[in-house]
Design a protein around this ligand. Sequence first.
Ligand SMILES: Cc1ncc(COP(=O)(O)O)c(C=O)c1O
Ligand SMILES: [Zn+2]
Length: 404
Amino acid sequence: MTNVSLQCRECKKEYDPTFKYICDDCFGPLDVKYDFPSITKNTFVNREHTYWRYFELLPIQDKSNIVSLEAGMTPLIHAKKLGEELGLNNLYIKNDTVNPTFSFKDRPAGVAVSKAKEFGLSAVGCASTGNLASATAAHAAKAGFPCYVFAPSDIEHAKITQALSYGAKYIAVDGTYDDANRIAAQIGDSKGIGIVNINMRSYYVEGSKTLAFEVAEQLGWNVPDQLIVPVGSGAMLNAICKGFEELQSVSLLDDVSSMHMVAAQPHGCAPIVDAYKNNSKDVIPVENPDTVAKSLAIGDPGDGRYVLKRLQQYQGLAEESNNKEILDAILLLAKTEGIFTEPAGGVSVAVLKKLVEDGKIDKNEKTICYVTGNGLKATESLMEVLPKPEVMKADISQISAVVQ
Ligand SMILES: Cc1ncc(COP(=O)(O)O)c(C=O)c1O
Ligand SMILES: [Zn+2]
Protein backbone atom coordinates (compact mmCIF):
# COMPACT_ATOMS: atom_id res chain seq x y z
CA MET A 1 0.00 0.00 0.00
CA THR A 2 1.32 3.43 -1.00
CA ASN A 3 0.80 6.55 1.09
CA VAL A 4 -1.22 9.07 -0.89
CA SER A 5 -2.61 12.56 -0.37
CA LEU A 6 -4.41 15.08 -2.53
CA GLN A 7 -2.61 18.23 -3.60
CA CYS A 8 -3.96 21.37 -5.24
CA ARG A 9 -2.49 21.79 -8.72
CA GLU A 10 -2.49 25.57 -8.24
CA CYS A 11 -1.63 26.52 -4.63
CA LYS A 12 -0.11 23.12 -3.66
CA LYS A 13 -2.18 22.85 -0.45
CA GLU A 14 -2.41 19.21 0.66
CA TYR A 15 -5.47 17.27 1.80
CA ASP A 16 -6.27 13.78 3.05
CA PRO A 17 -7.29 11.47 0.19
CA THR A 18 -11.04 11.78 0.67
CA PHE A 19 -14.06 12.13 -1.65
CA LYS A 20 -13.00 15.62 -2.72
CA TYR A 21 -11.71 17.15 -5.94
CA ILE A 22 -11.45 20.93 -5.61
CA CYS A 23 -9.21 23.03 -3.36
CA ASP A 24 -11.09 24.84 -0.56
CA ASP A 25 -8.78 27.85 -0.81
CA CYS A 26 -8.39 28.52 -4.54
CA PHE A 27 -10.82 26.10 -6.28
CA GLY A 28 -7.91 24.52 -8.17
CA PRO A 29 -8.15 20.84 -9.13
CA LEU A 30 -6.71 18.29 -6.71
CA ASP A 31 -4.17 15.71 -7.89
CA VAL A 32 -3.11 12.53 -6.17
CA LYS A 33 0.37 12.80 -4.70
CA TYR A 34 2.30 9.68 -3.71
CA ASP A 35 4.93 8.75 -1.25
CA PHE A 36 6.19 5.90 -3.44
CA PRO A 37 7.76 2.79 -1.91
CA SER A 38 10.97 1.51 -3.44
CA ILE A 39 10.18 0.24 -6.93
CA THR A 40 12.41 -1.43 -9.50
CA LYS A 41 11.87 -2.84 -12.98
CA ASN A 42 11.64 -6.28 -11.38
CA THR A 43 8.65 -5.20 -9.30
CA PHE A 44 6.39 -5.62 -12.32
CA VAL A 45 7.94 -8.61 -14.05
CA ASN A 46 5.53 -11.38 -13.05
CA ARG A 47 2.45 -9.26 -12.56
CA GLU A 48 -0.98 -9.63 -14.17
CA HIS A 49 -1.29 -8.52 -17.78
CA THR A 50 -3.56 -5.56 -16.94
CA TYR A 51 -2.94 -1.98 -15.84
CA TRP A 52 -3.43 -3.10 -12.22
CA ARG A 53 0.14 -4.46 -12.45
CA TYR A 54 1.12 -0.89 -11.41
CA PHE A 55 -0.88 -1.09 -8.17
CA GLU A 56 1.75 0.76 -6.10
CA LEU A 57 1.49 3.71 -8.50
CA LEU A 58 -2.30 3.90 -8.30
CA PRO A 59 -4.50 5.46 -5.59
CA ILE A 60 -6.37 2.37 -4.32
CA GLN A 61 -5.41 1.50 -0.76
CA ASP A 62 -6.86 -2.00 -0.44
CA LYS A 63 -6.60 -4.50 -3.32
CA SER A 64 -9.95 -6.02 -2.37
CA ASN A 65 -11.62 -2.83 -3.65
CA ILE A 66 -10.28 -3.24 -7.17
CA VAL A 67 -13.04 -3.54 -9.76
CA SER A 68 -11.26 -5.00 -12.77
CA LEU A 69 -12.38 -5.95 -16.26
CA GLU A 70 -8.74 -6.82 -16.94
CA ALA A 71 -8.19 -3.73 -19.07
CA GLY A 72 -4.81 -2.42 -20.12
CA MET A 73 -1.50 -3.90 -21.23
CA THR A 74 -2.80 -3.29 -24.73
CA PRO A 75 -0.38 -3.85 -27.63
CA LEU A 76 2.30 -1.34 -28.54
CA ILE A 77 2.63 -2.09 -32.24
CA HIS A 78 5.77 -1.21 -34.18
CA ALA A 79 3.83 0.21 -37.13
CA LYS A 80 6.30 -0.45 -39.92
CA LYS A 81 3.83 -0.26 -42.81
CA LEU A 82 2.12 2.93 -41.64
CA GLY A 83 5.56 4.32 -40.80
CA GLU A 84 6.75 3.56 -44.34
CA GLU A 85 3.67 5.25 -45.75
CA LEU A 86 4.27 8.37 -43.65
CA GLY A 87 8.06 8.35 -43.81
CA LEU A 88 8.79 7.36 -40.20
CA ASN A 89 11.22 4.65 -39.13
CA ASN A 90 10.24 4.39 -35.49
CA LEU A 91 6.48 4.69 -35.32
CA TYR A 92 4.52 2.86 -32.62
CA ILE A 93 0.75 2.62 -32.23
CA LYS A 94 -0.57 2.22 -28.70
CA ASN A 95 -3.63 0.18 -29.62
CA ASP A 96 -6.20 0.92 -26.93
CA THR A 97 -9.07 -0.13 -29.20
CA VAL A 98 -8.84 -3.62 -27.70
CA ASN A 99 -9.77 -2.82 -24.11
CA PRO A 100 -12.81 -4.64 -22.64
CA THR A 101 -15.25 -1.85 -23.55
CA PHE A 102 -13.14 -0.92 -26.59
CA SER A 103 -11.62 2.39 -25.53
CA PHE A 104 -8.91 3.76 -23.22
CA LYS A 105 -11.69 4.91 -20.88
CA ASP A 106 -11.55 1.54 -19.12
CA ARG A 107 -8.42 2.88 -17.45
CA PRO A 108 -9.81 6.00 -15.71
CA ALA A 109 -13.27 4.47 -15.22
CA GLY A 110 -11.84 1.33 -13.59
CA VAL A 111 -9.75 3.31 -11.12
CA ALA A 112 -12.61 5.69 -10.30
CA VAL A 113 -15.19 2.93 -9.77
CA SER A 114 -12.69 1.07 -7.57
CA LYS A 115 -12.15 4.24 -5.54
CA ALA A 116 -15.93 4.73 -5.26
CA LYS A 117 -16.09 1.23 -3.79
CA GLU A 118 -13.25 2.09 -1.41
CA PHE A 119 -15.14 5.22 -0.31
CA GLY A 120 -18.26 3.14 0.34
CA LEU A 121 -20.36 5.02 -2.25
CA SER A 122 -23.45 3.26 -3.50
CA ALA A 123 -23.83 4.65 -7.03
CA VAL A 124 -21.62 5.98 -9.81
CA GLY A 125 -22.11 7.93 -13.02
CA CYS A 126 -20.36 10.04 -15.61
CA ALA A 127 -20.71 12.81 -18.13
CA SER A 128 -19.71 11.29 -21.43
CA THR A 129 -19.10 11.90 -25.11
CA GLY A 130 -19.81 8.19 -25.56
CA ASN A 131 -16.88 6.01 -24.57
CA LEU A 132 -16.79 6.80 -20.88
CA ALA A 133 -20.47 5.85 -20.70
CA SER A 134 -19.71 2.22 -21.49
CA ALA A 135 -16.49 2.08 -19.49
CA THR A 136 -18.25 3.37 -16.37
CA ALA A 137 -21.38 1.29 -16.94
CA ALA A 138 -19.41 -1.93 -17.42
CA HIS A 139 -17.29 -1.41 -14.31
CA ALA A 140 -20.42 -0.45 -12.35
CA ALA A 141 -22.09 -3.65 -13.54
CA LYS A 142 -19.10 -5.66 -12.32
CA ALA A 143 -19.15 -3.83 -8.97
CA GLY A 144 -22.93 -4.12 -8.60
CA PHE A 145 -23.48 -0.34 -8.56
CA PRO A 146 -26.25 1.55 -10.31
CA CYS A 147 -24.76 3.79 -13.01
CA TYR A 148 -26.09 7.10 -14.36
CA VAL A 149 -24.81 8.29 -17.71
CA PHE A 150 -25.28 11.89 -18.87
CA ALA A 151 -24.47 12.35 -22.54
CA PRO A 152 -25.44 14.58 -25.44
CA SER A 153 -28.32 13.04 -27.36
CA ASP A 154 -26.49 12.91 -30.73
CA ILE A 155 -23.72 10.40 -30.03
CA GLU A 156 -23.18 7.27 -32.09
CA HIS A 157 -25.79 4.52 -31.98
CA ALA A 158 -23.34 1.76 -31.02
CA LYS A 159 -22.11 3.69 -27.99
CA ILE A 160 -25.65 4.17 -26.67
CA THR A 161 -26.51 0.51 -27.30
CA GLN A 162 -23.39 -0.63 -25.52
CA ALA A 163 -23.91 1.50 -22.40
CA LEU A 164 -27.57 0.50 -22.16
CA SER A 165 -26.59 -3.16 -22.42
CA TYR A 166 -24.44 -2.89 -19.31
CA GLY A 167 -27.56 -1.68 -17.48
CA ALA A 168 -26.80 2.04 -17.22
CA LYS A 169 -29.56 4.56 -16.65
CA TYR A 170 -28.88 6.65 -19.75
CA ILE A 171 -29.86 10.31 -19.69
CA ALA A 172 -29.66 11.68 -23.25
CA VAL A 173 -29.37 15.43 -22.76
CA ASP A 174 -30.75 17.68 -25.47
CA GLY A 175 -27.62 19.84 -25.72
CA THR A 176 -23.84 19.69 -25.89
CA TYR A 177 -21.40 17.70 -23.78
CA ASP A 178 -20.89 20.80 -21.65
CA ASP A 179 -24.64 20.87 -20.89
CA ALA A 180 -24.55 17.18 -19.92
CA ASN A 181 -21.45 17.80 -17.80
CA ARG A 182 -23.09 20.65 -15.89
CA ILE A 183 -26.17 18.56 -15.09
CA ALA A 184 -24.04 15.59 -14.03
CA ALA A 185 -22.03 17.81 -11.66
CA GLN A 186 -25.19 19.09 -9.99
CA ILE A 187 -26.74 15.62 -9.67
CA GLY A 188 -23.49 14.17 -8.32
CA ASP A 189 -23.29 16.78 -5.58
CA SER A 190 -26.97 16.75 -4.64
CA LYS A 191 -27.37 12.95 -4.62
CA GLY A 192 -23.93 11.89 -3.37
CA ILE A 193 -23.19 9.91 -6.56
CA GLY A 194 -19.58 9.32 -7.58
CA ILE A 195 -19.46 10.98 -10.99
CA VAL A 196 -16.23 9.44 -12.18
CA ASN A 197 -14.96 12.33 -14.32
CA ILE A 198 -16.28 15.14 -12.11
CA ASN A 199 -16.31 14.65 -8.35
CA MET A 200 -14.05 11.55 -8.65
CA ARG A 201 -11.78 13.27 -11.21
CA SER A 202 -8.66 13.32 -9.03
CA TYR A 203 -8.71 9.51 -8.89
CA TYR A 204 -10.17 9.00 -12.37
CA VAL A 205 -7.22 10.65 -14.16
CA GLU A 206 -4.81 8.33 -12.36
CA GLY A 207 -6.09 5.47 -14.51
CA SER A 208 -5.02 7.25 -17.69
CA LYS A 209 -1.46 7.51 -16.36
CA THR A 210 -1.11 3.82 -17.13
CA LEU A 211 -0.95 4.82 -20.82
CA ALA A 212 2.47 6.20 -19.93
CA PHE A 213 3.51 3.31 -17.69
CA GLU A 214 2.73 0.67 -20.31
CA VAL A 215 4.43 2.51 -23.16
CA ALA A 216 7.55 3.00 -21.03
CA GLU A 217 7.63 -0.66 -20.01
CA GLN A 218 6.89 -1.89 -23.55
CA LEU A 219 9.80 0.25 -24.82
CA GLY A 220 12.09 -1.51 -22.32
CA TRP A 221 11.87 1.40 -19.84
CA ASN A 222 12.94 3.97 -22.41
CA VAL A 223 11.61 7.49 -22.95
CA PRO A 224 9.85 8.11 -26.29
CA ASP A 225 10.57 11.23 -28.38
CA GLN A 226 7.14 12.22 -29.71
CA LEU A 227 3.69 11.41 -28.32
CA ILE A 228 0.55 12.14 -30.32
CA VAL A 229 -2.48 12.30 -28.03
CA PRO A 230 -6.11 12.89 -29.04
CA VAL A 231 -7.54 15.61 -26.83
CA GLY A 232 -11.07 16.33 -25.65
CA SER A 233 -11.08 17.58 -22.05
CA GLY A 234 -7.29 17.25 -21.94
CA ALA A 235 -7.35 14.94 -18.91
CA MET A 236 -5.59 12.09 -20.70
CA LEU A 237 -2.74 14.19 -22.09
CA ASN A 238 -2.12 15.70 -18.69
CA ALA A 239 -2.25 12.27 -17.03
CA ILE A 240 0.21 10.78 -19.53
CA CYS A 241 2.71 13.52 -18.63
CA LYS A 242 2.15 12.86 -14.90
CA GLY A 243 2.71 9.16 -15.50
CA PHE A 244 6.07 9.64 -17.21
CA GLU A 245 7.15 12.09 -14.50
CA GLU A 246 6.29 9.59 -11.77
CA LEU A 247 8.35 6.89 -13.49
CA GLN A 248 11.27 9.30 -13.49
CA SER A 249 10.69 10.08 -9.81
CA VAL A 250 10.97 6.38 -8.90
CA SER A 251 14.06 6.08 -11.16
CA LEU A 252 12.46 3.73 -13.68
CA LEU A 253 13.08 6.27 -16.45
CA ASP A 254 15.83 8.74 -17.23
CA ASP A 255 15.06 12.39 -17.81
CA VAL A 256 11.63 12.68 -19.45
CA SER A 257 11.97 16.39 -20.24
CA SER A 258 13.18 15.55 -23.75
CA MET A 259 9.72 14.22 -24.76
CA HIS A 260 7.50 16.24 -27.09
CA MET A 261 3.76 16.16 -26.46
CA VAL A 262 1.39 16.72 -29.37
CA ALA A 263 -2.26 17.59 -28.73
CA ALA A 264 -4.48 16.42 -31.59
CA GLN A 265 -7.99 17.87 -31.94
CA PRO A 266 -10.68 17.78 -34.64
CA HIS A 267 -11.48 20.87 -36.69
CA GLY A 268 -14.90 22.02 -35.46
CA CYS A 269 -13.91 21.47 -31.85
CA ALA A 270 -10.28 22.49 -31.43
CA PRO A 271 -10.26 25.17 -28.72
CA ILE A 272 -6.87 24.08 -27.40
CA VAL A 273 -5.28 24.11 -30.86
CA ASP A 274 -6.75 27.59 -31.42
CA ALA A 275 -5.30 28.86 -28.13
CA TYR A 276 -1.92 27.27 -28.91
CA LYS A 277 -1.80 28.83 -32.38
CA ASN A 278 -2.84 32.22 -31.01
CA ASN A 279 -0.17 32.04 -28.32
CA SER A 280 -2.88 32.43 -25.70
CA LYS A 281 -2.89 31.01 -22.17
CA ASP A 282 -6.68 30.95 -22.16
CA VAL A 283 -8.89 28.48 -23.97
CA ILE A 284 -11.98 30.06 -25.50
CA PRO A 285 -14.81 27.50 -25.43
CA VAL A 286 -16.42 26.30 -28.66
CA GLU A 287 -20.15 26.74 -28.12
CA ASN A 288 -21.46 24.28 -30.68
CA PRO A 289 -18.89 21.62 -31.59
CA ASP A 290 -19.29 20.21 -35.08
CA THR A 291 -17.08 17.26 -35.96
CA VAL A 292 -17.22 13.63 -36.98
CA ALA A 293 -15.01 12.93 -33.92
CA LYS A 294 -17.90 13.08 -31.46
CA SER A 295 -15.86 11.60 -28.63
CA LEU A 296 -13.61 14.68 -28.77
CA ALA A 297 -16.51 17.16 -29.00
CA ILE A 298 -15.83 18.91 -25.71
CA GLY A 299 -16.23 22.63 -26.32
CA ASP A 300 -15.05 23.75 -22.89
CA PRO A 301 -12.15 21.42 -21.98
CA GLY A 302 -11.74 21.09 -18.21
CA ASP A 303 -7.98 20.60 -18.46
CA GLY A 304 -7.44 22.87 -21.46
CA ARG A 305 -5.28 25.39 -19.66
CA TYR A 306 -3.13 22.61 -18.25
CA VAL A 307 -2.66 21.03 -21.69
CA LEU A 308 -1.27 24.38 -22.90
CA LYS A 309 1.14 24.34 -19.97
CA ARG A 310 2.19 20.79 -20.81
CA LEU A 311 2.83 21.75 -24.44
CA GLN A 312 5.09 24.51 -23.22
CA GLN A 313 6.82 22.25 -20.70
CA TYR A 314 7.46 19.54 -23.28
CA GLN A 315 8.21 21.73 -26.34
CA GLY A 316 5.00 20.35 -27.75
CA LEU A 317 2.64 21.18 -30.55
CA ALA A 318 -1.08 21.31 -31.14
CA GLU A 319 -2.68 20.55 -34.49
CA GLU A 320 -6.13 19.80 -35.88
CA SER A 321 -7.55 17.65 -38.66
CA ASN A 322 -10.81 18.04 -40.55
CA ASN A 323 -13.51 15.41 -41.14
CA LYS A 324 -12.10 14.23 -44.46
CA GLU A 325 -8.57 13.94 -43.06
CA ILE A 326 -9.93 12.01 -40.06
CA LEU A 327 -11.88 9.49 -42.18
CA ASP A 328 -8.94 9.08 -44.59
CA ALA A 329 -6.64 8.46 -41.63
CA ILE A 330 -8.98 5.80 -40.20
CA LEU A 331 -8.78 3.94 -43.51
CA LEU A 332 -5.02 4.43 -43.80
CA LEU A 333 -4.48 2.91 -40.34
CA ALA A 334 -6.87 0.06 -41.09
CA LYS A 335 -5.29 -0.72 -44.47
CA THR A 336 -1.67 -0.57 -43.31
CA GLU A 337 -1.75 -1.97 -39.79
CA GLY A 338 -5.10 -3.81 -39.58
CA ILE A 339 -6.26 -1.57 -36.72
CA PHE A 340 -9.81 -0.23 -36.91
CA THR A 341 -10.27 2.96 -34.92
CA GLU A 342 -13.08 5.36 -34.26
CA PRO A 343 -12.60 9.01 -35.32
CA ALA A 344 -10.62 9.97 -32.18
CA GLY A 345 -7.83 7.62 -33.33
CA GLY A 346 -8.25 9.00 -36.83
CA VAL A 347 -7.53 12.46 -35.41
CA SER A 348 -4.22 11.20 -33.95
CA VAL A 349 -3.12 9.58 -37.21
CA ALA A 350 -4.25 12.53 -39.36
CA VAL A 351 -2.39 15.01 -37.16
CA LEU A 352 0.69 12.79 -37.18
CA LYS A 353 0.59 12.71 -41.00
CA LYS A 354 0.31 16.47 -41.14
CA LEU A 355 3.24 17.00 -38.77
CA VAL A 356 5.47 14.67 -40.78
CA GLU A 357 4.50 16.46 -44.02
CA ASP A 358 5.27 19.80 -42.37
CA GLY A 359 8.69 18.51 -41.33
CA LYS A 360 7.89 18.77 -37.62
CA ILE A 361 8.76 15.15 -36.78
CA ASP A 362 12.12 13.66 -37.66
CA LYS A 363 11.93 10.27 -39.40
CA ASN A 364 14.07 8.53 -36.80
CA GLU A 365 12.32 9.82 -33.70
CA LYS A 366 10.61 7.24 -31.50
CA THR A 367 7.03 8.33 -32.07
CA ILE A 368 4.01 7.03 -30.14
CA CYS A 369 0.59 7.53 -31.66
CA TYR A 370 -2.21 6.88 -29.17
CA VAL A 371 -5.21 5.19 -30.80
CA THR A 372 -7.82 5.27 -28.10
CA GLY A 373 -11.14 3.91 -29.35
CA ASN A 374 -12.51 1.12 -31.54
CA GLY A 375 -13.94 1.68 -35.02
CA LEU A 376 -16.98 -0.51 -34.40
CA LYS A 377 -18.27 2.15 -32.02
CA ALA A 378 -18.67 4.73 -34.77
CA THR A 379 -19.45 3.24 -38.15
CA GLU A 380 -22.06 5.78 -39.32
CA SER A 381 -19.65 8.38 -40.70
CA LEU A 382 -17.44 5.80 -42.43
CA MET A 383 -20.40 4.09 -44.08
CA GLU A 384 -21.07 7.37 -45.83
CA VAL A 385 -17.69 7.33 -47.58
CA LEU A 386 -17.12 3.60 -48.13
CA PRO A 387 -18.45 1.94 -51.31
CA LYS A 388 -21.51 -0.19 -50.56
CA PRO A 389 -21.01 -3.80 -51.66
CA GLU A 390 -23.13 -4.69 -54.64
CA VAL A 391 -25.54 -7.54 -53.87
CA MET A 392 -24.95 -10.33 -56.38
CA LYS A 393 -26.83 -13.50 -57.22
CA ALA A 394 -25.21 -16.66 -55.83
CA ASP A 395 -24.06 -17.50 -59.30
CA ILE A 396 -20.49 -18.70 -59.64
CA SER A 397 -19.92 -17.41 -63.17
CA GLN A 398 -21.06 -13.89 -62.33
CA ILE A 399 -19.10 -13.77 -59.09
CA SER A 400 -15.94 -15.30 -60.47
CA ALA A 401 -15.89 -12.51 -63.07
CA VAL A 402 -15.30 -9.93 -60.33
CA VAL A 403 -12.60 -11.91 -58.49
CA GLN A 404 -9.12 -11.60 -59.95
C1 LIG B 1 -11.62 7.54 -27.75
C2 LIG B 1 -11.27 8.79 -27.02
N1 LIG B 1 -10.06 9.31 -27.20
C3 LIG B 1 -9.67 10.45 -26.58
C4 LIG B 1 -10.53 11.13 -25.74
C5 LIG B 1 -10.05 12.40 -25.09
O1 LIG B 1 -9.80 12.25 -23.73
P1 LIG B 1 -9.76 13.51 -22.77
O2 LIG B 1 -11.18 14.00 -22.65
O3 LIG B 1 -9.21 12.99 -21.50
O4 LIG B 1 -8.90 14.54 -23.42
C6 LIG B 1 -11.81 10.63 -25.51
C7 LIG B 1 -12.73 11.32 -24.61
O5 LIG B 1 -13.86 10.98 -24.45
C8 LIG B 1 -12.19 9.43 -26.16
O6 LIG B 1 -13.40 8.88 -25.99
ZN1 LIG C 1 -5.48 25.56 -4.06
